[in-house]
Every structure is written in structure tokens, then in C-alpha cells.
Design a binder for this molecule. Sequence first.
Ligand code: PSV
Ligand code: MN
Length: 432
Amino acid sequence: MTTSPIDQSVIERHNAARSKDQASDYASLGEKLARRGIDIDAITEKVAEFTVAVPSWGTGTGGTRFARFPGRGEPRGIFEKLTDCAVIQALGRASPGVSLHIPWDKADPTELKAHADALGLHFDAMNSNTFQDHPGDPRQPLSYKYGSLSHADPAVRRQAVEHNLETVAIGDKLGSKAITVWIGDGANFAGQSDLSRSFERYLESMKAITAGLPADWRIFSEHKMYEPAFYSTVVSDWGTSLMTAQELGEKAFCLVDLGHHAPNVNIEQIVARLIRAGKLGGFHFNDSKYGDDDLDAGSIDPFRLFLVFNELVAAGEALDRLSPAHMIDQSHNVTDPIESLIRSGAEIRRAYAQALLVDRAKLAEYQDSNDVLLASETLKNAFRTDVEPILAEARLRHGGAIDPIAAFRESGYRDKVANERPASVSGGGGIV
Ligand code: PSV
Ligand code: MN
């Protein structure tokens, strides 16, 4: 028996007012798709099965290195963050999983698990944090100022390895099956560190973490081109990440954070290559214009998100074997985090639904006969399809809201928690 922080009668009232329009929009899209030989219900079912985990740290207002402007009723700790995640799931029905960040979310695992179970949530990949110091944490007395897993000092490396293993041990009690390792290690100046030796030290540390994983766990290496290091970063690109995963063996995979590449890089091609190598471990979805902007998924370049999903759908069985983790990694500075996360879950599902509509036989035919224009049109045709009735139907059939943002506002949840959580000080994990 699970309890939802959103009264089901709010959702029912909301849907009752919209169900006639939804039924007619769904029927009319169904007719259009039937003319293209597509069964709308089969697509809706696949969309409903597709889920993406929300980041615990995304439920509070993020910030930049200039300022953080707290929002109303922000969660004050991991238990309230989980409650907010349950709101996102109750309305959007796309995100029953939550990704935790340790030590930001450190709490008694038994209590955490019980709280999540009661809310009908589970835990996706764990994240370790060796990109910050943790004053007061007796297990991490040494500073990460000059690096963590690749630090020149073996004592710092050992501490960072231990922190990762502690994160795994917590995750294991919570039912998680993977750890994502992102390090901020790198250099601001040429000559500051030895590019080869620092990578060797990183690999050695990652091997120690991998050796300590439970049998059914996976480890994801997450690359990022720059920031906080601005001259060189130890795990800067997918080549480094792939080398890492290949060297670590069968438990190791690469995680693609959409914001972590050079400007204009072809992310969908990276995804295709990682699938080919059998090393695509998962995603951190978000969107960006300039760098690691951590904006809402699909808010800037929905076509790019669609093209990523086009590769995933095209991969078919090869992807099923990899079963990559889908997670959101965003920073919400000027929107209500709950609304942004609901919308992002829907945008990610939208890209998936559009990718399912691609006529793959025709696409292959046009590609092989060098009919460039019609190959391009085949993709664009799927992307141009307004799949909103499918997304709404997937929510509706699973107890969610036809228009989840409107339902969230109608629920009065933000006002309620603003009263219950006065002048909260701690938002998310801070800057992502
Ligand atoms: C780093 O920018 C990152 O993408 C990593 O996934 C971190 O775990 C997350 O953001 C939060 O800082
Ligand atoms: Mn990330």
C-alpha cells in the first residue's frame, strides 16, 4: 500500500474536466497514424513503459557560482526531496525512480527505503561526490582541491575510493544496482599535472572501486569536457570514458550527460558508437545552449533529443541487451523544480514517442538509394508529429494527470509545503 502526497481526487477532478477533449484528440491522432500503418495503442504502451529517474538534487533550486535564489517550500532534506519526487511521479507517471547523491542525501538507509517504499518510489543509480570537500565528515578529512581519484597523493585517492565504496554500500541497502562516478579532477594550467600519469591513477582507483562492487552492480564513468577544471579534465570525453569502461571490464559502462560535450558535437553519433561498443550505460538528460547549462531536457534543442532517441530506437535488440539507465540531471534556477522535472519527463517521452514513429524500412531504403531529401524528410516527418495526445493518454491510463503542470498548480501543493517548510535553507546539492 503506497501513499501519495497528491490527493487522487484532485487528479480525477482535473482529468474529468479534460477527458472528452483528450479522447477526441487521441482518436484523431490514432486515425492519422493508422494511415501511416502505425497502431497508436502500441506506441502509447511503449511510452507508458518508458521511465526516467529524477535527481534528488534537482528538487531544490539550483544556483550558479554567482548566486542561488531559493524557491518557496523547498525540500529541507532527503525525506522531503523524496516526497517531492512522489508528486512528480503521481502527476507525470514517468519517473518512479530517484537518483541519490552521497553525501548530500546521507540518511539511515532503512528509513530512506521505508519512506521511498511508502511513496511507491525506488532508487536508480547512486552518485558519489569527490568534487567537493566535506568538512565534518570523519571519513573524508583530506581535501579534494587538487583532485580525488587521480590525486597525486595515494592517501587522497584511497579516501576517494573508500567514499565510492561507501556510496555503493548505501545504494546496495536501498536496492540500487549502479554507481555513476563523475570527478572534477583536472588542471587549470598547462604543466599543472601530468596528463598521462593522472589518467593512470584514475584508472587504478576505478579498478579498486569496481573490484568492490556487488555481483549484480554496474559502474558508469561520466565524462565532462571542462568545469571545474578549465585547461584539461581527466575524464574529458567519450573516448576517455570508453577506454575506461573497456579497461575495467564487463561491469563498467559509459554515462552520457547531454551537457558534457564540446559545442556542436554530434551526441547522437557518440550514442551510436557506444551502443556498437556495448558500453552505453546510461544518460543524464538535460539541455544546453553553450556549455553544461543544465537546462530542462528538450527546452532548447528538442530535435537533438529526438535524434538521440532515434539512435536508441534504431539499435533495437542491441539496446535491450544494454538496458541503459535513464536519469535527469538538471539545475532549476528560475522555475519551480517540480514543474521542470514533470515537464522534462514528458519531453524525454516525447522524443521517444517521435522516434518510435520513424518509418525505419523507408528510411533505410532512402539511405541506401542515396535519396537524401526523402531520408531527411522521413526523420523530420516523425519529429513533426504532435504526440501530445499519446503522452497524455499514457499518463491517464496509469493514474496520472492529462495536463500535469496544470494539475500541480490546481493541487496547491507548493502553497502547502511553503507553509510547512518555512524559510528553508538547503535547496538542492547546489551547483550542478
Ligand atoms: C557534473 O556536472 C554532473 O553532471 C555530475 O553528474 C554530478 O554528479 C552532477 O552534475 C551534480 O553535480
Ligand atoms: Mn551529470
